[in-house]
Write a protein that binds this ligand. Structure first.
Ligand code: QAP
Ligand code: CO
Length: 172
């Protein structure tokens, strides 16, 4: 089922999400709906709060070396904890909650993240490059942060000015 995506400046996007405690079939169904929504909107990552549920859950599905977004590569990350961050990288980012806007953001170059899967089992992932960017971008959503808070002051002013001009779309 495809869910509706909250868009900036919805205030719910700025609230901290709570830890997941129950790893039941309902959580699994919700994660499946997040996946359907991310694919329907041509995304590569999505946090639960972006579809209005303030829980610490995110999904990431990057394309592989054959340029295919393979569901076998889907990461479902619950209650992530960053245990290591190293270096710096600049990468162009976008966000389904800020449609049509892209800008360079400075992030850690490599990360190590401990998390739980949909069954509550503890997992660990080490990432660099685009996956490290995606993990940091999606984790920021869990803490109520958007990538536009990490762009420079002048770019942010320009964003605020231009984004206000955008006509608000109503879901059909
Ligand atoms: C987060 O972003 C991310 O503006 C996921 O019109 C960002 O999936 C991960 C999207 C940077 C890694 C690097 C954005 C789709 C999708 C738009 C997305 C749009 C349509 C963004
Ligand atoms: Co985002």
């Amino acid at each position: 089922m495809v869910l509706e995506i909250l868009e900036y400046p919805d205030k719910r996007l700025f609230e901290r999400s709570v830890e997941v405690e129950k790893f039941d079939t309902q959580l699994g169904e919700f994660l499946d709906n997040m996946y359907d929504t991310m694919i329907a909107k041509s995304g590569i990552g999505l946090a639960a709060i972006q579809v209005g549920r303030p829980i610490r859950a995110l999904i990431i599905n990057l394309v592989n070396d054959k340029d295919i977004q393979d569901k076998a590569d889907l990461l479902e990350i619950i209650n992530p904890k960053f245990i290591k961050k190293d270096g710096e990288q600049l990468h162009q980012e976008g966000c389904l909650s800020v449609p049509g806007y892209y800008e360079e953001v400075k992030r850690a170059a490599s990360v190590v993240v401990e998390y739980q899967d949909r069954f509550g089992n503890r997992q660990i992932i080490e990432a660099d490059g685009l996956l490290a960017v995606a993990l940091q971008h999606e984790n920021d959503h869990l803490d109520g942060h958007l990538f536009i808070e990490k762009i420079g002051f002048n770019k942010r002013k320009k964003f605020d000015k231009e984004y206000k001009k955008k006509p608000k779309r109503k879901p059909l």
